[in-house]
Every structure is written in structure tokens, then in C-alpha cells.
Design a protein around this ligand. Structure first.
Ligand code: ASP
Ligand code: MG
Length: 425
């Protein structure tokens, strides 16, 4: 019997009516002849409300920093509520169901409260109940440490629970039901002619998720990539759609360059002028930032004709003051002219496995931005992505220009292939 893992997000289980609709869908999947494991998020904004309660009681903006263990005890209750209610609703539909906390499902994590990583999914009780013909519901976003403490995986972590369970149980696929129609070529609120991407590979999806696309937790995609889990992102309610399949390799047509574009605001750039050229300087700067636990996004160095170097690093805006202190420290130590900071920046990331080794992608992207008078303040690349830094004022326009320049609105050859079931094999 094929096993399907179905995950429902907070909005999808946000009201009693929606919970009942989810129960019906789960039962349909079971009656179609599948074993089903369901992973649920907390209902609606339940997690936010629990955070707010802790803030009020402690008088602290970040109560988890002072009370990491108790914060996880608190936040894990959101998913307990929805799992128990869903189990009852499924039973009312006439199917057998049982719910488990992350701890009962033996989702073993490290001990980092609020940001725990899954080490192992034992899932013995899940397997036993499946074997008895039960639908098993597992609380998302939580696990248990080797010291038997309750942990949570970080906000949005239910996706990660679902994909990890799918990998551990050898599921045929993992379905992520969400409040959008799938993974879009760009944020449809900013790019009105954005479309749902029918098929995307894990590497591309990881870039999109890490660069700001909200639809999936990046760590879930990482696990999917490592264990070869096919992830199907589908709309939970409203008109049924084909959604997006995240899979190992897609049938990318040769003429398809980009798959999607995303962006993140709240970036800042620090420019260190007149530095001694060479790798030592870059190592010192990044080392000093790392010592202060500041994560760096882009790093670049250019050397002037006088042999002095300009070093650029970008960080999250909230870290900019601390980052400036770090950079000033290095400028003082190694000798340099000073540090200049620019805030209110956004990074725009173009993603596509098809861009690898293809000439003209940069030219197309910079041509489109230049035509719209958008200045780029930094660039970085990976095998499947290009990221450019722009002023946040230009963010929406840059997304639209690039989306149009790469014709992401057009019904692509890939889509034509994906819509033919025979072609998918
Ligand atoms: N309920 C948790 C959150 O709001 C986990 C999740 O929904 O994935 O972050
Ligand atoms: Mg989510």
C-alpha cells in the first residue's frame, strides 16, 4: 500500500469548518487505497498568540532567549490542539485515526530550543498504527531531544516535520497543502502575471525558499533533496489546481532559462574603502563578523589602480550596527579609509537550473534593470541562481522587469510537457 504524507498549514486548519474539510480530504485519500500520515500546524495564528502571551507575562520582546525550554513547552501546544481536533473530525467521518506529539512519534532532535534540528525519525508507533489501518496524525514543528526535552524546529517548521516523516517512512510522496495555489514564478501580489510553476527541482526550490519565497520552509526542501522525496505543493481549499511538484530532476526544456524570481527586503551593505588588497583582509572581516554571530550574505572585493581594495559585505539590516562595529575594528587594525553603510536594500534572486553555462543571462538581467533605471549595488551567484542587490524602493519594479524580460509569464514549453500525463511517465 503506498504511503502518502499530507501536511496542512495553519490557515488550512484555521477554523472548525476547515478542519472538517481537511478531515474529509484525508479520509478520501485513505479510501482511495493509501496509507496516510497527516502533519498539522497550529490553527490559524495560534503560535503567534502563544508568543504574545509569553511576551506579556515576561515583559520581554524575545521570551525564548531567557526561557528557551518553557517557550518550547508552550509553543508545542498549538499543534497538539489541531492534531487532537483533526483526529476527532476524522473519526466522525467514519475512519480510524490517532494523533501523536512529535515526541510520541519519536522525532528525535538536537537540544537547541526554538531552532532544533532533526537527528532521526524513529516513528515506531506511527508504523504500528499504520499497520493496523489507522490514519496517523503527527504534530508538526516539534520533536524531543536525547535528554527527553520537548523541542521546536523554528517558525514554519511543520513542513520540515512532514518531509522528514516522508523520508523516514519511505512515503511515495509528501503533499504540502497551503493557502496558495502552488509555487509561483514570482510573488503574485507584486507581479500580477506570475504563474504557478508546474515542476521545479529541489536545488531551484531551495534557492527560492532561502531567498525569500514564503511557500516552503527551506530546511524541508533540503531534506527532500537529500533523501529524494517528491514534494507536491497544493492549494488546501478553493478551486483544485495542479499545484507544484518539487522533484529531483525536472524535464527542463532546453530553452527554459529561469524558473522563478524572489526577493528579500531588510538588507544592508557595508563598504570598506582603501583596504590592503588580498585574502587576509576578507578573512579578517568575515572572521570578525562570524565572531559576533552575524551572518553574511554577499562578499566581494575590487582592487583599485592604486592597489587598495574595496570590500563589500551585506548583512541583515537588524545586524547593521553590530556589523559596522566589527568592520570599523578591522579597518582600524589593518589600516583603511573607513566604513560606509547603506540600508533599505533588497536582494532579488533569479533562479533556474537552465542558466548554468548559458551565455547571455547576465546581459539580459542587467539590460532589463538598466532599461528601468534600476541601479544594482551588488551581485552574487551560485550554479542555479543570480542575486542582485537593489534599493528597496526599486524592489517591486525590478521583480516585474525581470519577470517580463525572462518571459516567466508565458505558458512555457515545460508546462506543456507537464500537463501531458504520459510525458511524465
Ligand atoms: N505553528 C508553527 C508556526 O506558526 C509551525 C508551522 O506552522 O509550520 O511557525
Ligand atoms: Mg508554513
Amino acid at each position: 500500500v503506498p504511503l502518502i504524507v499530507q501536511k496542512f498549514g495553519g490557515t488550512s486548519v484555521g477554523t472548525p469548518e476547515r478542519l472538517r474539510a481537511v478531515a474529509q480530504r484525508v479520509v478520501r485519500t485513505r479510501r482511495a487505497g493509501n496509507d496516510v500520515v497527516v502533519v498539522v500546524s497550529a490553527m490559524g495564528h495560534a503560535t503567534d498568540e502563544l508568543v504574545e502571551l509569553a511576551r506579556t507575562v515576561t515583559g520581554r520582546a524575545n521570551p525564548g532567549r531567557r526561557h528557551p525550554r518553557e517557550m518550547d513547552m508552550l509553543l508545542s501546544t498549538g499543534e497538539r490542539t489541531s492534531m487532537a481536533l483533526l483526529s476527532m473530525a476524522i473519526a466522525e467521518e467514519g475512519a480510524e485515526a490517532i494523533s501523536f506529539t512529535g515526541s510520541q512519534a519519536a522525532i528525535v532532535t538536537d537540544g537547541r530550543h526554538g531552532a532544533a534540528r532533526i537527528l532521526e525519525v524513529r516513528g515506531d508507533r506511527v508504523r504500528e498504527e499504520l499497520a493496523r489501518g489507522c490514519i496517523v496524525i503527527v504534530a508538526g514543528f516539534q520533536g524531543v531531544s536525547r535528554k527527553r526535552e520537548i523541542t521546536t524546529l523554528g517558525r514554519g517548521g511543520s513542513d520540515t516535520t512532514a518531509v522528514a516523516l516522508a523520508a523516514a517512512l519511505g512515503a511515495a510522496r509528501c503533499e504540502i497543502f497551503t493557502d496558495v495555489a502552488g509555487v509561483f514564478t514570482a510573488d503574485p501580489r507584486r507581479v500580477p502575471d506570475a504563474r504557478v510553476i508546474p515542476e521545479i527541482d529541489h536545488a531551484e526550490m531551495l534557492e527560492l525558499a532561502a531567498a525569500g519565497a514564503q511557500v516552503m520552509h527551506a530546511r524541508a526542501v533540503e531534506i527532500g533533496a537529500r533523501f529524494g522525496v517528491d514534494i507536491h505543493v497544493l492549494p488546501a481549499h478553493g478551486p483544485e489546481g495542479p499545484g507544484t511538484i518539487i522533484t529531483r530532476t525536472t524535464k527542463t526544456m532546453e530553452d527554459l532559462v529561469l524558473t522563478g524570481i524572489t526577493s528579500t527586503g531588510g538588507q544592508a551593505r557595508l563598504a570598506l574603502r582603501g583596504m590592503p588588497a588580498g585574502i587576509t583582509c576578507t578573512a579578517e572581516v568575515t572572521g570578525e563578523l562570524a565572531r559576533r554571530a552575524i551572518s553574511v550574505d554577499m562578499v566581494s572585493e575590487t582592487v583599485d589602480s592604486d592597489g587598495r581594495a574595496h570590500l563589500l559585505v551585506t548583512v541583515e539590516e537588524e545586524d547593521v550596527e553590530e556589523a559596522r562595529l566589527a568592520c570599523e575594528e578591522v579597518v582600524g587594525r589593518l589600516g583603511g579609509e573607513g566604513v560606509e553603510t547603506t540600508t533599505a536594500l533588497s536582494s532579488i534572486t533569479l533562479v533556474g537550473s537552465g542558466m548554468h553555462g548559458r551565455p547571455g543571462v547576465f546581459a539580459e538581467a542587467f539590460g532589463a534593470l538598466a532599461a528601468a533605471d534600476i541601479e544594482t549595488l551588488g551581485v552574487s551567484t551560485s550554479a542555479v541562481s543570480i542575486t542582485v542587490l537593489v534599493s528597496s524602493e526599486d524592489e517591486a519594479a525590478a521583480l516585474r522587469m525581470l519577470h517580463a524580460a525572462f518571459q516567466l509569464h508565458a505558458v512555457s514549453a515545460r508546462e506543456a510537457v507537464s500537463e501531458t500525463p504520459a510525458a511524465r511517465g
